[in-house]
Design a protein around this ligand. Structure first.
Ligand SMILES: CC(C)(COP(=O)(O)OP(=O)(O)OC[C@H]1O[C@@H](n2cnc3c(N)ncnc32)[C@H](O)[C@@H]1OP(=O)(O)O)[C@@H](O)C(=O)NCCC(=O)NCCS
Length: 392
């Protein structure tokens, strides 16, 4: 058995309600809340970046799992909002967490797929025997930014999800032999090297996502064999988790997948199999690489009285450009209790006005010297000195 042993989440301590954004931009509130399925988006302060969020999520995952830094033999950070063209976020995380010198560290980039690329590398590393008793730390960390006034603006967000991957998973055991892969060279979402905001062909990106879902599902079914070819194959999954750029996208994906599986009323299974996974994405927004794993955290933390122990789940990961994978796993006993406190951590976040959000958005682009008196949560991005990023 190999899979996810512990999970840590880090989100910025401020958020913008989308009702306020809708009012300021002159769009109907229902377009954002019902049309996109969003309620709020996390807004990072200038002292937060991909590194600080990654380090905080990673420290939380280790603490929750009772894992010491010395037990980590592989650390991969999946991100599409890296802080440097050469030095990986994983090296900063290694330094901040005190991971051992014997640890392999690197960054994985493929838009929102980078975290899953890291997870698959970790699973293969353990299966191949290279772990030699050690565990892997896979961190998905991003700040989703599109630009003020653009159609993508309400689908921003920020956050990191860290996964400890081991041979004795306490959250989810993953089936590595039926991972269905689909990739294609498309131009649906990209960020040229000199830009801090992403460029996106929004409606085309929805088409590419759904085409990749079809392709990855076909690839998965071919690996599973005859049982997966029969209509109703996905009935066996108690939960179906999707990449969530915004919750409505997961709803569209579910309708597509279930229609292909012979279900002509997918809204019924949506309530039972998908709804709980969207509770946290709905109030955090898009976290790019971490979004599928935020959906997993949401499922486990908000399924309430429904016992998922031993139940099977389906996972779909998509990264623009594009690469997608569809895989399955089994939820372990105790997984829900282990993450039950996650939603409460979000209730202490500070609500911003649109003016405050816009000021923070602009401040992110300003170069600055390290702050003299850092405050707040560990770690903080303090500024740039001699071309080097400083954390404290
Ligand atoms: C997602 C995105 C394309 C939407 O952009 P948009 O053109 O402003 O929005 P749309 O006109 O498509 O409206 C969005 C939804 O709200 C619905 N809507 C519009 N007005 C509404 C209203 N007053 N009440 C309720 N729903 C409304 C639309 O019908 C649509 O739903 P549908 O897709 O189920 O038909 C844009 O936010 C974007 O580019 N996001 C970033 C890229 C991304 O996340 N891609 C996803 C795949 S990776």
């Amino acid at each position: 058995m190999i899979g996810i042993d512990a999970l840590g989440l880090a989100v910025p301590d401020a958020f913008l309600p989308l009702a306020a954004l809708a009012a300021r931009r002159g769009v109907p509130e229902a377009k954002l809340t019902a049309g996109l399925g969003l309620h709020a988006m996390a807004v990072p302060s200038p002292e937060d970046d991909t590194v600080t969020l990654a380090a905080r999520a990673a420290a939380s995952a280790l603490a929750r799992g009772g894992v010491s830094p010395g037990e980590i033999g592989l650390c991969v950070v999946g991100t599409e909002t890296a802080v440097d063209h050469s030095k990986p976020v994983a090296s900063f995380v290694q330094g901040l967490l005190g991971l051992p010198a014997s640890c392999r560290v690197f960054e994985a980039k493929h838009a929102c797929f980078g975290g899953t690329a890291g997870l698959m590398a970790a699973l293969d590393w353990i299966r191949a025997g290279s772990a030699r008793g050690k565990k892997a730390l896979v961190v998905c960390s991003d700040i989703a930014r599109y630009g003020i006034g653009t159609p993508g603006e309400p689908t921003q967000g920020a956050g990191a999800v860290a996964l400890v991957v081991s041979e004795r998973p306490r959250l989810v055991a993953i089936d590595p032999e039926t991972v269905g892969t689909y990739s294609r060279d498309v131009m649906d979402f990209w960020r040229p090297l000199d830009r801090s905001d992403a460029l996106v062909d929004g409606h085309y990106s929805v088409e590419c996502y759904l085409a990749a879902l079809d392709g990855a599902f076909d690839a998965h079914r071919a690996l599973v064999g005859e049982a997966a070819a029969r209509p109703g194959y996905t009935d066996r999954f108690a939960a179906m988790l999707y990449h969530v750029p915004y919750p409505k996208m997961a709803q569209k994906a579910h309708a597509r997948l279930r229609a292909r599986d012979g279900d002509d009323a997918p809204e019924v299974s949506f309530e039972a199999k998908v709804r709980a996974s969207l509770a946290l994405p709905r109030v955090v927004g898009n976290v790019y690489t971490g979004s599928l794993y935020l959906a997993l955290a949401s499922l486990l933390a908000t399924s309430g009285g429904r016992d998922l122990a031993g139940e099977r789940a389906l996972f779909f990961s998509y990264g623009s450009g594009c690469c997608a994978e569809l895989f399955t796993g089994q939820i372990m006993p105790g997984a829900q209790a282990a993450l039950a406190d996650l939603p409460a951590a979000l209730t202490s976040r500070r609500e911003l006005t649109v003016d405050e959000y816009e000021a923070l958005f602009q401040a992110r682009d300003a170069a600055r010297a390290p702050a003299r008196a850092p405050s707040g949560a560990w770690p903080r991005f303090l500024g740039v000195e001699d071309g080097k990023r400083v954390y404290g």
